[in-house]
Design a protein around this ligand. Structure first.
Ligand code: GLU
Length: 216
């Protein structure tokens, strides 16, 4: 179970995400990635196997990925090898998603919802992204609610939808997630050390509560 960070606000997201992920390095991980969106533009996903340093170099410290809304992840592989394809974020159709934890019934979900054709990784995580994408009807909250009701296991998810620019949706079960906001924007992380320099006030996202983060 590794690291999650998310930011939407008044600053460029990528440098904040990379800095937050660096604070979570002590937890151990095998790959890292970010998804960043510039206004209504397509969400850009950059991933790198190995140390966070590789991702930082690949993105020129985040400068090559403009946008004020984004999510970042350090992965500790539980399902599928250590590859760029298996690293998070996973983008399936209209959905970009990061996940900490393990989805135990992902095989059943692939079969029940006929998702095999939309998957390109070996992870349990991508199945959740594919299911959200498949069931999405324009109402993120209702869709997330439907999807998490299907999942067994532990999860902390941050999700971005194509038609919801500037917003990050979060939900968890067992796996931790804390959030905060300040004049700069809203932050979420699996561990508050990722954003403590921006705000010392924070709250723990209650289990199965869907949070919608916006810049204000
Ligand atoms: N089970 C997921 C994977 O193998 C998430 C692992 C994690 O928590 O980093 O990609």
């Amino acid at each position: 179970m590794c690291g999650i960070v998310g930011f939407t606000g008044k600053h460029q997201a990528a440098p904040i995400l990379l800095d937050g992920l660096s604070k979570l390095e002590y937890r151990g991980y095998d790959s890292a990635g970010i998804a960043v969106r510039d206004g209504e533009n397509e969400t850009e996903v950059i991933k790198a196997k190995g140390r966070l340093k590789v991702l930082i170099e690949k993105t020129n410290g985040g400068e090559s990925v403009p946008g004020t809304c984004g999510i970042g992840h350090t992965r500790w592989a539980t399902h599928g090898g250590v590859t760029n394809a298996n690293a998070h974020p996973h983008k399936v159709g209209n959905v970009a998603l990061i996940h900490n934890g393990i989805i135990e019934n992902y095989h059943e979900i692939v079969n029940k919802y006929d998702l095999a054709d939309s998957l390109i990784s070996e992870t349990d995580t991508e199945v959740a992204a594919a299911l959200i994408n498949k069931l999405y009807d324009g109402d993120p909250k209702a869709t997330i609610k439907k999807v998490v009701a299907e999942l067994q296991g532990s999860f902390a998810f941050c999700i971005m939808f194509k038609d919801q620019p500037g917003k990050i949706f979060a939900v968890r079960n067992v796996s931790p997630m804390v959030a905060t906001y300040c004049d700069d924007g809203a932050f979420i992380a699996s561990d508050l050390t990722a954003f403590i320099k921006y705000s010392k006030r924070y709250f723990i996202l209650p289990e199965y509560t869907i949070m919608i983060m916006t810049a204000d």
